[in-house]
Design a protein around this ligand. Structure first.
Ligand code: NAD
Ligand code: TYD
Length: 351
């Protein structure tokens, strides 16, 4: 690509804000357009430090709104898309699957259609890069997910992401739309909405509220620091090949309960609390329905083909994350007010 006008969708969310920040700072010669509808999970406070950068534009619109998408493609001569906008929380998907189908499947199809139409007849310097999840592979007891592992989604969230992945491949195959998909393991770090495990636990520890561990806490996730994921997205966007899928992971598996105990120790230390104070808040609650036991990624393809690798050690990443949440209590109170709290109370009152 010569001149790059990159549309990043979902840039006001957790991972998207790190990707936007990285691209805006690293590539002053590119124009970065962040399109986000600002659902409960999108917050422009995540991007305060770069919002006045000359190479950055924010557009508040939904990926479901084709007129708005067409307008953005035309106005900014978009030649690259990095698509992160989605509904992203498994528990919410179990309560509201149709919203996930609407945003994650229909929204992705509409974005694909607008890109395909705008780029028709001149696909040469174009790229539609879709950000997906290891959850599309389902749950694995032994071994690792490779790019060849059959798709086997088990939750409404992962079913909607798997479907959107298939549509990206279908547009590549049927219309020649240059595209790539990457599937990453669980991310953690600053700006993650506190409904996900790590920020929820930190927030509850700070406020001395119960720490709800689902089931026996034996489910396993592979954790990756969000800035490592953002760097992987940068690397794949520039070095990846159209038509390919890339797995991204941290080679860093933890049982939920061990991870929560580690967080308890870090928080107690940072808040000068007696050791064991936070751990005493651990409460085993009713398991998530259909809870996937284990996700584990084999990231050898992206490592050998692009040179990317994770660089943040887990203990160091968790410590940085705890520090950030302790220092950003105002951010927390902003994002946890209003609608989110009502939802939170409804979800957790009966557990
Ligand atoms: P997030 O929920 O924090 O952010 C999602 C963003 O999308 C929000 O800013 C929201 O406002 C926006 N959005 C939602 N619906 C929209 C719509 N209709 N139009 C425009 N914007 C809309 O999510 P996240 O954790 O940052 O995840 C980003 C992407 O990465 C998702 O596609 C997710 O599936 C994928 N992913 C996440 C993880 C993870 O651990 N969080 C891991 C692998 C892949
Ligand atoms: P989550 O952060 O929701 O990510 P995902 O379900 O996409 O992996 O959850 C991570 C793990 O933590 C998952 O096994 C569910 C578990 N969990 C809890 O035990 N308690 C909680 O309050 C939450 C939100 C998650």
């Amino acid at each position: 690509m010569s001149s790059k006008n990159i549309l990043i969708t979902g840039g006001a969310g957790f991972i998207g804000s790190h990707v936007v920040r990285l691209f805006v700072k690293k590539y002053p010669e590119y124009r970065i357009i962040n399109l986000d509808s600002l659902t409960y999970a999108g917050n422009l406070e995540n991007l305060r430090d770069i919002e006045n950068a000359p190479n950055y534009e924010f557009v508040r619109a939904s990926i479901l709104d084709m007129d708005a998408l067409r307008q953005v493609f035309q106005q900014y001569s978009i030649n690259g898309v990095i698509h992160l906008a989605a509904e992203s929380h498994v528990d919410r998907s179990i309560h509201n699957p149709d919203e996930f189908a609407m945003t994650n499947i229909i929204g992705t199809i509409r974005l694909l259609k607008v890109a395909q139409t705008a780029w028709h007849g001149n696909m040469e310097d174009k790229m539609f890069y879709h950000i997906s999840t290891d959850e599309v592979y389902g749950s694995i007891e032994d071994g690792y997910f490779t790019e060849e592992t059959p798709i086997d989604p088990r939750s409404p969230y992962s079913a909607s992401k798997a479907s959107s992945d298939h549509f990206v491949v279908a547009f590549n195959n049927s219309y020649g739309l240059p595209s790539m998909v990457s599937r990453c393991s669980n991310n953690y770090g600053p700006y993650q909405f506190p409904e996900k495990l790590i920020p929820l636990m930190i927030n509850n520890m700070v406020n001395k509220k119960p720490l709800p561990v689902y089931g026996k806490g034996e489910n396993i996730r592979d954790w990756l620091y969000v800035e490592d994921h953002a760097r992987a997205i940068d690397t794949i966007f520039h070095k990846g090949k159209s038509g390919e899928v890339y797995n991204i992971g941290g080679n860093n598996e933890w049982k939920n309960i061990d991870l929560v105990k580690m967080l308890c120790r870090i928080v107690d230390e940072k808040l000068n609390r007696e050791p064991g104070t936070s751990a005493s808040l651990i409460t085993y609650v009713t398991d998530r329905p259909g809870h996937d036991l284990r996700y584990a990624i084999d990231a050898s393809k992206v490592i050998s083909e692009t040179g990317w690798r994770p660089t943040t050690d887990f203990a160091e990443g968790l410590e940085k994350t705890v520090e950030w949440y302790l220092q950003n209590q105002q951010w927390l109170s902003h994002v946890t007010s209003g609608e989110y709290l009502k939802y939170y109370e409804k979800m957790y009152a009966n557990r």
